[in-house]
Ligand binder design. Structure first.
Ligand code: XBP
Ligand code: MG
Length: 256
């Protein structure tokens, strides 16, 4: 079977958005709302175990502020807080606050040149994806991707495989024709739940997580002058991620 499409996670994979992006935006939204909650770098690492910003706020309250007096419309309260966070976060991106990770733009361009189909598969809010793609790839950034599957489009977020099933169905693809790109344990649970061969690029928050189900684990996609480090699997003669490496990886994992 030929490799036809690449499915990309956003947060942690395309860009290092969590520690200095989402986390900071959550804290600013809390402070704007007069709340004394402060998500430190290590606490946020624990909270990342729950994907989705609204879900993360609820989880924080259950585990860390069990005595918080919930307003009568609690769902609305969380939704409003999260909306304010999204405004702050997208403004940070519009100001060019967060770059793509090394090798991402080059690889996306190479993939398009090789006629591979591209999709985004993420739990983050659609506006966040748009803001990141526009600020890093240019005004037509979204058009690099055939499908942007994001946020509440499926009821169960990662580690559930739903967002990947949704994407495969929308693009009329079988899992065997794709490679998925993730950075986290929740991400790879979602891809493997949809039978997708997965390449992981780790980051500071996810470096010690279990990626035994990955086809390849790297520290980054890399560039000609900035080689990746292989943490698991076999990258052959390659020192940065290219379409020929992806074709080899796909062949190795789909042809037995
Ligand atoms: C990303 C997330 C998101 C972001 C925040 O997970 O968990 O919740 O942290 O985005 P993944 P929102 O990379 O596995 O998709 O606040 O917009 O939900
Ligand atoms: Mg991620």
């Amino acid at each position: 079977m030929r490799l036809e499409a690449l499915l990309f996670d956003v947060d942690g994979t395309l860009a290092d958005t969590e520690r200095d992006g989402h986390r900071v935006a959550f804290n600013q939204a809390f402070s704007q709302a007069g709340l004394d909650w402060d998500w430190s770098v290590p606490l946020y690492g624990d909270l990342l175990g729950v994907t989705g910003g609204k879900e993360r706020i609820r989880h924080f309250l259950e585990c860390h502020r069990p005595d918080f007096q919930r307003p009568s419309n609690f769902a609305g309260f969380v939704a409003d807080l999260h909306k304010a966070k999204t405004v702050i976060y997208t403004r940070m991106l519009e100001e060019g606050g967060i770059p793509l990770r090394p090798g991402v733009k080059r690889l996306l361009q190479e993939a398009l040149d090789a006629n591979l189909r591209l999709a985004i598969t993420t739990t983050t809010t659609p506006n966040n994806v748009t803001a990141l793609l526009r600020s890093t790839l240019g005004a037509d950034g979204e058009r690099w991707f055939e499908l942007i599957a994001a946020g509440d489009i499926v009821p169960a977020k990662k580690p559930a495989p739903d967002i990947y099933h949704f994407t495969l169905q929308k693009m009329r693809l079988s899992a065997g024709a794709c490679l998925a790109f993730e950075d986290s344990a929740n991400g790879i649970k979602a891809t493997r739940g949809a039978d997708l061969t997965t390449l992981i690029t780790i980051n500071d928050y996810t470096a010690t997580q279990d990626f035994s189900a990955a086809a390849l684990v790297l520290d980054q996609f890399g560039e000609p002058e900035q080689p990746f480090r292989v943490l698991r699997g076999e990258a052959g003669r390659y020192s940065y991620v290219t379409v020929p490496l992806l074709n080899e990886l796909h062949h190795r994992h789909t042809v037995s």
